[in-house]
Design a protein around this ligand. Structure first.
Ligand SMILES: Cc1cc2nc3c(=O)[nH]c(=O)nc-3n(C[C@H](O)[C@H](O)[C@H](O)COP(=O)(O)OP(=O)(O)OC[C@H]3O[C@@H](n4cnc5c(N)ncnc54)[C@H](O)[C@@H]3O)c2cc1C
Length: 559
């Protein structure tokens, strides 16, 4: 088997030699390293490898090449081989590269910038290269088929199972039931008629159309609580719930965390979170969630997977969080971290371009990168209006795509006035985005006129989708007060909700004493990964205060 390629291009021979020597010292056993001073020849090498079906793992290009820039070159490489990871090489202290790098990175033109090695051992250089190669191996390296699945590729349940496993980082291979591999597997396990999907585990166990809980149990995850009573029950394991779990468990509280789907919540579906403190190149939501999950687990938090809280009741000093199978978890306090569900456009081409020109709720962090770009915002509410105003400060032009005849029914009047007066914003009423195109990044959108049905294709660099979010609170009793949209009130907003005129809830406490709320599901929350994690960390101090004030017995003995 030929080794995957690492291709390096730099017209400066000394710089090229430095990079190639470091690469050969560390990676020559597993990768074939090809160096060139000419971008044209390097591109030929990449094309030739693709024609031969040889894998290209990584392409590194100096930013300042004679005929082009590294960013442009890597954009072309992406069209030839979208799988290859791409790094821009810069010299230490090259301030002129900063502006183009920032713009290019926001649009997904490359995956990382790497400072050329300046000392030995060149660990900073190798850490950057190693991260890119790790990502490449995870996505395109030899598959670990710990689980083999056979089903109908386009059936909803097959999709759900694949989504569940990949969001939880479980390696698997999927075979269509009509494929040769699929029918071989079915013959081997003696199943011909389903029900599908059929899963074969690494040790020979076979599951037929398993429920999410059955999958979890077979993977060794806990699906029922082990203790009679916990100090705190955290409902939801997105960033807010995971942070609360880390802080609660590390501070000695007996902690249970309920999660029905995947650790990481919405953040787990984000391919690259760029604004989380400490990760300048960004971090995938799944990776961040995986790390936080392990951290909470190591501190002793107990995760009870595959369970959606279906109701909550108070029983004296205790709470009961009820589960759909008539089971329950008992806690002396509860932290609700159930987040929101963002409405998605549901256009597969555009979903594949999330982070490469298509953004959900990221207008403020991406604003500066929109300089001179053609930007579209979908949505007619205040958040879409604010996003359009913010983006218009930087973009060449912003088009607001709305389904209704105008904005007045759904947007505050002051915003409608501002948008009408802003020459850089156009409103496209009675319209919806139905399709898109782009090789590696968004290039065009297809917009349908809802009155005439006419389809128009427009050039577009970025699309911001702001079509609303629904908080996950319908399972809670009415004693837990919420706003008109279902978000939970906390602190002074929730005062007197429990009928006690003298009680002011703590900052993150709801109208039901002992029940706290953190993250996106909280009224007035910022709706970011970092703020959710921050609230998750902060709430535990308030839980301690509540437990000290309201319960006579010491903390439940920590297992
Ligand atoms: C595609 C996408 C990209 C994003 N990119 C960024 C970004 O780059 N930067 C950024 O700062 N923010 C980003 N966001 C927003 C960010 O992900 C959220 O602000 C953050 O995840 C909120 O965290 P949370 O823990 O409050 O809620 P969530 O992440 O929504 O987690 C809630 C969890 O609760 C669980 N749950 C729901 N109901 C129940 C129930 N009844 N019982 C038990 N569990 C339940 C859910 O399964 C889920 O796991 C993005 C969001 C999306 C959708």
């Amino acid at each position: 088997v030929s080794r995957p390629l690492i291709v390096v291009v730099d017209d400066d021979v000394e710089g090229l030699d430095r990079v190639v020597e470091e690469l050969r010292r560390r990676y020559a056993a597993d990768y074939q390293i090809v160096a060139d001073t000419s971008p044209e020849r390097a591109l030929e090498t990449v094309r030739d490898a693709c024609d031969r079906d040889a894998a290209v793992a990584l392409v590194l290009a100096e930013q300042w090449l004679p005929s082009t820039t590294g960013i442009e070159f890597l954009g072309t490489v992406h069209m030839v081989t979208p799988e290859a990871k791409r790094g821009v090489l810069i010299e230490w202290g090259d301030a002129a590269s900063t502006a183009p790098l920032l713009g290019g990175f926001s649009f997904g033109r490359f995956d990382s910038w790497i400072v050329k090695p300046i000392r030995r051992p060149a660990e900073e250089f190798h850490r950057s290269v190693g991260e890119l190669l790790t990502e490449w191996v995870q996505a395109h390296g030899p598959t670990l088929d710990a689980i083999r699945i056979v089903g109908d590729r386009w059936s909803a349940r097959s999709h759900e199972i694949r989504d569940l496993l990949s969001r939880n980082g479980v390696p698997f291979v999927f075979f269509d039931r009509d494929s040769r591999d699929g029918s071989d597997l079915l013959d081997r396990v003696g199943i011909s008629n389903g029900p599908f999907p059929v899963m074969e585990l690494w040790d020979g166990r076979v599951l037929r159309d398993p429920t999410t809980r059955a999958v979890a149990e077979n993977l060794g995850l806990r699906t029922a609580p082990t203790a009679e009573l916990y100090d705190v029950v955290i409902v939801g394991a997105g960033p807010a719930g995971l942070a609360a779990a880390v802080y609660a468990a590390s501070e000695g509280l007996a902690t249970a965390v309920l999660e029905p789907e995947a650790f990481g919540g919405q953040a787990g579906t984000s391919s690259l979170i760029r604004n989380y403190l400490g990760f300048p190149r960004g971090i995938s939501g799944a990776e961040l969630a995986g790390r936080a999950y392990q951290q909470a687990l190591l501190f002793g938090a107990e995760f009870v997977y595959g369970n959606r809280a279906s109701s909550l009741s108070r029983d004296g000093q205790e709470f009961r969080v009820h589960l759909p199978d008539e089971n329950e978890i008992r806690g002396r306090s509860v932290v609700i971290a159930t987040g929101v569900s963002y409405r998605r456009l549901g256009v597969p081409v555009l979903e594949a371009l999330v982070g490469s020109g298509v953004f959900y709720g990221a207008a403020s962090s991406e604003g500066a990168a929109m300089r001179d770009r053609r930007v579209f915002v979908v949505g007619g509410g205040n958040s879409a209006g604010q996003a359009a105003r913010h983006l218009a400060r930087h973009a060449a032009h912003v088009t607001l795509v709305v389904r209704r005849a105008g904005l007045s029914e759904t947007m505050s009047d002051y915003l409608v006035q501002e948008i009408t007066r802003d020459p850089r914003i156009d409103v496209r009423p009675r319209s919806e985005v139905v399709d898109g195109e782009g090789a590696g990044r968004l290039e065009r959108l297809v917009i349908r006129d809802r009155s005439t049905g006419r389809l128009t294709t427009v050039e577009a660099d970025a699309l911001f989708v702001m079509i609303g979010a629904v908080p996950s609170t319908s399972w809670l009793p009415i004693e837990v007060a919420r706003d008109d949209w279902g978000y939970l009130l906390s602190g002074s907003d929730a005062a007197h909700g429990d009928g006690d005129p003298s009680r002011i809830p703590r900052g993150l406490e709801t109208s039901m004493p002992g029940v706290f709320v953190v993250g996106d599901v909280r009224h007035g929350s910022v709706k970011r990964v970092a703020s959710s994690a921050g609230e998750g960390a902060a709430v535990i101090q308030q839980v301690h205060e509540y437990l000290r004030a309201h319960t006579s017995v010491a903390s439940v003995e920590h297992r």
